[in-house]
Design a protein around this ligand. Sequence first.
Ligand code: GLY
Length: 560
Amino acid sequence: MVVSQERLASEVGAQVLREGGTAVDAAVATAFALAVVHPAAGNLGGGGFLLSRPASGQPTFLDFRETAPAGAHPRMWLKEGVYDEKLHHESLASVGVPGTVAGLRRAWQREGRLPWARLLNPAIRLAREGFVLSEHQAASLGKQLPEFRRHGPTLAQFSRSGEPLRAGDRLVQRELARTLLRLSRNWSDFYRGETARLILRDMRASGGLITGADLRAYRPRWRDVLRGTYRGVEVLAAPPPSSGGQVLIQALNVLEGYDLRAAGSGSPQALHLAAEALRRAFADRAQHLGDPAFNPGIPMARLLSKAYAAELRATIPLDRASVSAPDRFAWTRDRPDTTHLSVLDRKGNAVSLTYTLEDSYGLKRIVPGAGFLLNNELGDFNAGPGLTDAMGLIGTAPNLAQPGKRPLSSMCPVILVKEGAVFMVAGSPGGRTIPSTVLGTVLGVVDFDLDARAAVDALRFHHQWLPDQLQVERGLPAAVKEALQAMGHALTFVKQQGCAQVILVRNGLVEGAADTKRWPDSGVAVASAKAERQPQRPLITHRNALVATNFKQAERSFNR
Ligand code: GLY
């Protein structure tokens, strides 16, 4: 089963599984395909995290987050002593040394089985021959056209001679195809070869900071998986430099002390308690989290302990909202893009992969001659020392820019394990809302017994300590809204939050559910089982896929 934000990419991954590839093989091929068919967040020029849980049991976590170049420093976002938001988020200085290519290669070296070039070939073909744009792909590219116009090579790649591409048009990316072909022959071309030369030429010509030494020094890092439990289910999640696992596990620990099932899915009480748990987890995130190489003292064991959760629960009033104290810390600006894919192969190996360019289309600027977009990930660093203010800047030390440092992330790939086997694989884009979106899907499955589809479709919520607001997707029933307001929650409404891709294994079925909240024609789950060879025929619809792992049990659950 492969679930990703784009049909063509999910199909690439499913075909790899059909050919006997591992979950990591499928994740690598899907990620390269997303770099072509989902340029908003799929990438070669960004970074991310890959959580793998082989059926044999020992999970691994690969951090291929971007790093700050050697020229970075804590005050790099100041111009004549004043914070400059454009410099922080929209300049060549905001580009981190990309980690995606090195990360996918390292993961494949450890757990891949099919030849490396086989995994890149579908992406090369999609870039060279092009693919037909769907409604949402054309709309997404069209929305960015004013930005693309600021850089000729980017405009040339993503438009038809400056005119918007339409649904039904073919997007051909020849330079990207050539880059992928070079990487299929020699992955290190990205860091030491022709691709590196093209990156460095652009950096020199346009005032970027990345040097050849920065590229050569880039290394993905294996990290200890962050572990928790929730109502008897083991939770495997992302450690720093992501905050995703800390926020998720801490919130789950707090919520474990309440009977959410009795409160009911989407009830004012359940939403209130989830918001209060998130409020506290996000406060700790702001205080403690950053790249562990620069923050050796993160008190993770305490933050994730059940005892600390009990202390936090004691501060939560059951009938009214707490107040976030704004004098402690505030927040830097945050962007809602990134993308996630979930994979489960027939042996039970699971991969949960989230990667990003930071903004939608990153810096909105390709590397001329190489055809891939640059990230603006260093926007995830804090603004500058002591710059915390009431307007939302943050200047606390753990996440200030420094050479070689990885900016703090919110990405939250997770795998849940029950009775020794993978139970759920999930993740989402959405900037700081990511752990909240993932929390909602976990509560849906564990507390409210939802299937994968219903867990993905459930109304989403988010609280991040500051600003002191409970964000909810539109569609909250009026009675729930009034009850939450009566408790003192300041509600804000968004059309949709995140884009979750979920796999669930239960009742003898593997359920895949892709998210279509953001774009009704995007997000596809593909089951890889060969219908002609196996009795367990995959049932594939636009958004869902099902495979029976245990036909009798599945039949029983359908009959029920
Ligand atoms: N750039 C999004 C994140 O890392 O959280």
